[in-house]
Design a protein around this ligand. Structure first.
Ligand SMILES: [Zn+2]
Length: 334
């Protein structure tokens, strides 16, 4: 083979790998095989593989599952899972929960990544142990071992050996002021994980991401992928300066005719899991209501498909925010 051609080929292979920001968190890649879902996902007891996917897949569609439950491939002599769990992308260790009894995630770890300029947080749960010496603040490479799969959790029913899996999430981050919000909303609960509580992370579907970046190759663009999602509702909020605006400016559609001092709030589009993927600044005169939050519209087809989180509810002919919708907007704009 011609030397120049060979080095061009190697470069293009490298670029293709670079263009795929997210890697599988274990050696299980059956998701990419035809009909491989059964070998990739672990369902809940008595239910098929779809209950191990991301979305309104639990309790007959009434309950959200914010990650993928990925099947174990490797077991030790006692039949316990022993798959290495690997960083999905280059990043930094932000949090390690060493006390499985303090979370339904059991022993879990959160990594921070910058993907296409966007702060993304991956989470890996039910781990048996962390990689030796790993500490918060440490940098990790994509594919680097960070833990060993396990089945730790604080739920009463536990996770059986047969269902051993890693629970894997990709998230954006709601708010640095999470602890104040948590104290107000859960006054009797102990705030064990601070801002690294799963409730402060809003997930999107890692399966869809892995498939999209494979399909699109170097054209894959996370910001565009996030912006193109189906919204379940549009709401207006009479608040400005909240941290999401600074953390995710690529999701804010700035209006050049509206100077910052005239911005009184935002119109935002939320997906069914409560991810605000489009924010448009509004002047006071453009906002119809004096209420802090207002539902502007609901995509009823999307609501019919996915309504496990009660962000909005119908009252007669009108839609209004549900309890979860209000809690979420409080957290987002605190
Ligand atoms: Zn799970």
């Amino acid at each position: 083979m011609n030397k120049v051609f060979l080095s061009a080929l190697i470069l293009s292979v490298r670029l293709a790998a670079l263009a795929q920001p997210f890697h599988f968190p274990t050696a299980n890649q059956a998701l990419f095989e035809k009909g491989g879902e059964e070998r990739f996902f672990v369902g809940t007891p008595g239910h098929d593989w779809t209950s191990g996917c991301f979305g309104c897949v639990r309790s007959g569609g009434r309950q959200m599952h914010e990650g993928l439950d990925i099947k174990c491939l490797q077991r030790d002599r006692r039949g316990e899972p022993s798959d290495p769990v690997m960083a999905t992308a280059d990043g930094t260790v932000m949090y390690m929960n060493h006390h499985p009894s303090l979370s339904n995630y059991g022993r879990y770890i959160v990594l921070r990544h910058i993907i296409g300029g966007i702060e993304v947080y991956s989470l890996y749960a039910h781990l048996e142990e962390f990689a030796a010496g790993l500490k918060p603040g440490q940098a990790v490479k994509a594919g680097e071992k960070i833990a060993v799969m396990g089945r730790t959790t604080n739920t009463r029913s536990g996770i059986s050996k047969e269902r051993a899996h890693v629970h894997f999430e990709l998230n954006l981050f709601y708010n640095d002021h999470f602890s104040a919000w948590y104290k107000k909303h859960y006054p009797k609960e102990h705030d064990d994980h601070g801002i690294w509580n799963g409730q402060n992370l809003v997930g999107f579907d890692p399966r869809a991401i892995l498939l999209a970046q494979r399909e699109e190759g170097p054209r894959f663009d996370l910001a565009r992928w996030l912006q193109q999602r189906a919204g379940v509702c549009r709401v207006s909020v009479r608040k400005t300066g909240f941290s999401w605006l600074k953390r995710y400016p690529m999701l804010v559609k700035n209006d050049p005719s509206l100077p910052p001092e005239r911005i009184a709030g935002y119109e935002m589009a939320l997906d069914y899991n409560g991810l605000p993927f489009e924010l448009i600044p509004r002047a006071a005169a453009q906002m119809k209501s004096a209420a802090p939050y207002q539902v502007l519209s609901v995509n009823e087809a999307e609501y019919a498909r996915n309504h496990c989180r009660k962000l909005v509810t119908r009252r007669g002919a009108h839609w209004e925010l549900g309890r979860e919708g209000i809690d979420l907007l409080d957290l987002l704009t605190d």
